[in-house]
Design a protein around this ligand. Sequence first.
Ligand code: BGC
Length: 370
Amino acid sequence: MSTSTTQSPGHARLARRSLEVITAHQAASGAYPACPGYEVYRYSWFRDGSFVAEAASRYGATGSADAFHRWCAKVITDRASRIERIIAVRAAGGQPAEADLLPTRYTLDGADTGDVGWWDFQTDGYGTWLWALTEHLRRHGGDPAPYREAIRLTVGYLAATWDLPCYDWWEESKEHRHGATLGAIRGGLAAVGAAGLDTAGRCGPTVTRIDTLVRGQGLYGGGLAKWLGGAAVDASLLACLTPFGSVDPAGPVARATLAAIERDLVEPEGGVHRYLQDVFYGGGQWPVLAGLLGWHYARVGRTGDALRELEWIASRSTADGLLPEQAPGVRLLAPEHLAEWEERWGPNATPLLWSHAMYLILAHELGVSV
Ligand code: BGC
C-alpha cells in the first residue's frame, strides 16, 4: 500500500462525507435507517446498523454509536417477555410461531413494522449487534452496565434460536441454515464471552455447538459453504473470516473460502457479487462486500488488494459523494432482471448507510485519517 494513496484528499473527503451521511440521517431515537430515501429501507436493521455503529465508533463519532447501541438495547428490553417466551418454548423442545420471532428491522422509533410480507426471521443481526457493542465498549472503555439486561436477553435468544433455519443476510432462502448467519451469531457470542459479559454462561457452549455443526455439515471443498450441506459460496461468508473469526483468518478453511469467493464472485478490477445465482437488481457488485473483502485483505497483510477495494468503492460514489447499495455501470450476473426491480422499488438505494460504513471501516484499517 502506498501511504500517499490512502492519505489522498479524495479518501479523506469521502471518509468525512461518509461520516456526515451516517450522522445526518441518524434518527433522534438513535436508529440508523438503511437508506433514508428508499421506501422499503427507511427502517433500521440490526445488521446494517451494527456495522454503521462500528464505523462511527472507529472514527470517533462515539455519541452516534452510543445512541445506536442504546436504541438496540431498548428494542430488546422492550421485548423481554416475548424473548423469554421464545426461550421457554425452545427449552421445552417446541418451535415458536414465525411471527413471534424477532424481526430483522424496526421502525426508527423501535416499533415492529407491522409489515407482514417482509422476510423477517433473520438471526445474524443480533449476533452482529453483540459483536459491535462489545467492540465499541472495549475501544472507548465504555461502561457495560446499561447494556447488561439487553445482552443477557440477546444471548438467551441466540442460544435458543441459533440452529433454526432462517433468512440469510440477503433475506432469502429461509429453508436453510447459512454459514454467514452462524458466523455472525458465533462472532457475537464469542465477543460477549471474551468481554466477561456472559452472566448466564451460555456463550461458550453455544459457540462450541456452532463449531461442531459447521465442521460437520458446513464445509465444501475445504472452505465454508453458503448453507449447511451446500456446495456454493456466498460473499457474506467473508465475515466469518474477518471480523468474526469463526475460523482462523489465515488458516486453511479461511484460505479455501477466500479462494472460492475470489474465483466465483470477485471482479479483477475490484467489486464483489453476492452469489452466483443472484438476480436482485441484476446481480451487481456491492460496495458493502468490497469493504468486507478489503477488510479481510488488510487483516491478512494483503494491503495492496485491500487498497484496490477501497479505490473501487470510492470510484463508485456519486458526484456528491454518496454510495449506493449496488455499484452502477458494472458487470451484472443477470442483466435481464434489472428492469423488474427498478420498476418494483425504483433506482438502486442511495445512499446506503451500510455502504458508507464499510468504506469507512476499510479506510480506517488502511490508516485514512479524516
Ligand atoms: C439486503 C440486506 C440489507 C437490507 C437493508 C436488503 O436488500 O439484502 O442485507 O440488510 O437490504 O439494507
